[in-house]
Design a protein around this ligand. Sequence first.
Ligand SMILES: [Zn+2]
Length: 77
Amino acid sequence: MVRKMIDPTDVRLDDVVKMRKPHACGGFEWQVVRLGTDIGMTCLNCGRKVYLPRSRFAKRVKTFISRGPEAPPVVRG
Ligand SMILES: [Zn+2]
């Protein structure tokens, strides 16, 4: 069975994701709260916040539960 990973470059603010393994509190669902080199996310079960490098984030996430809004196109000038 192929272990399909999410695309770590396709992560949006407010995405809700399901992890492969439970948090220490037993929760599987996290909401993305910060995008950068590291992705910040909050556990929806206990409210704890963690930061993960994108590569580790992609390995740990099983699937998207819901997607945040698409980033608006950057308009210059
Ligand atoms: Zn938790």
